[in-house]
Design a binder for this molecule. Structure first.
Ligand code: SF4
Length: 303
């Protein structure tokens, strides 16, 4: 969810967000905004009324990019907030169109939610994978049900486990996103513990951690201003991350990254083999915070 966008500026309706690993993907908007748009920490699509793009409009944009501009992407990210909300039939038409118009296209990815997944049968998820949908990014945010309720995520921890397991069983890759500090000081311990338990239950191939940023205009920002939400400081955030990683012991082959611009510390590794090294990296910062050079300064953090 950060710039620069490697997309089709002619057709993009801002604001546009994408995961860090889609930095060099062509961004195409199949929907505008987020169908949920209620999370108290998220200001991403507050200015956008959710809508779906008519297939004919999407098709005309794709044909222009392919046939007039000669765009030849290897990767495409389907935006906006949860394009997986589209019907399976429409998504299949979109996937077919993209592979037809862009020879050399290797993968298509998308943001989705537990609610979107619940609307699709196992068979439909399999059909989407067979039609060339490669990976779904899903915001778990926290495995703690109390936090999910407070931030109005619209799904429980079990909803997320079920959704992710069903997608993985259908052949889709799943990249799970969590937000450090989302429970504030009050629920940091529960956030760490329940998030780790949930991730272990999902056993995703990819896991990314973001760090909470209080966005003006959101309910969570207002709660912090009035003192009913107490955000973590950078070292408390790292301590929370350490607690999570320490408990991620049941994963098969999960690539973990904190490469999002909101994070204080950049980490990367395969949890099943690199967990001790990742914990050491965090410990070296926690033990000598005053000399820690690797922490991203506050003014450089962004969404
Ligand atoms: S966090 Fe995701 S689901 Fe929640 S409002 Fe923002 S884009 Fe929508």
């Amino acid at each position: 969810m950060c710039p620069p966008l490697f997309g089709s500026p002619d057709f993009l309706e801002p604001p546009v967000y994408r995961p860090p690993s889609e930095a060099y993907s062509l961004i195409l908007q199949a929907t505008l905004g987020c169908s949920h748009n209620k999370c108290t920490f998220c200001g991403s699509y507050r200015t956008k009324q959710f809508s779906t793009k008519p297939f004919e409009t999407f098709q005309a944009e794709v044909e222009h990019l392919a046939r007039v501009q000669g765009v030849r992407p290897r990767r495409i990210f389907l935006a906006d907030g949860d394009a997986l909300v589209l019907s399976t039939e429409k998504l299949q038409r979109i996937l077919k169109l993209l592979y037809k118009e862009f020879p050399g296209l290797e993968r298509i990815t998308i943001y989705g939610s537990a609610a979107n997944t619940k609307q699709k049968s196992d068979d439909e998820l399999r059909q989407l994978h067979e039609a060339g949908l490669d990976m779904v990014y899903i915001g778990l945010e926290s495995g703690d049900d109390e936090i999910l309720r407070r931030v109005i995520k619209g799904a429980t921890n079990q909803d997320h486990i079920d959704a992710c397991r069903r997608m993985i069983d259908a052949g889709l890759k799943v990249s799970v996103i969590i937000i450090l500090g989302l429970g504030g000081t009050e629920r940091s311990k529960e956030h760490a513990e329940h998030t780790a338990t949930t991730i272990n239950a999902i056993d995703p191939p990819y896991l990314a951690a973001l760090t909470l940023m209080l966005v003006p205009g959101t309910e969570l920002h207002a709660q912090a201003q009035e003192g009913s939400f107490n955000p973590l400081n950078p070292l408390e955030t790292l301590h929370e991350l350490r607690q999570i990683i320490d408990k991620l012991t049941d994963l098969t082959s999960c690539v973990f990254r904190t490469n999002h611009a909101s994070n204080y510390l950049q980490l990367r590794g395969v949890l099943s083999k690199d967990r001790p090294r990742l914990l050491e990296e965090i410990d070296s910062v926690l033990s000598q915070p005053e000399t820690a050079r690797h922490l991203r300064p506050e003014f450089l953090r962004r969404l």
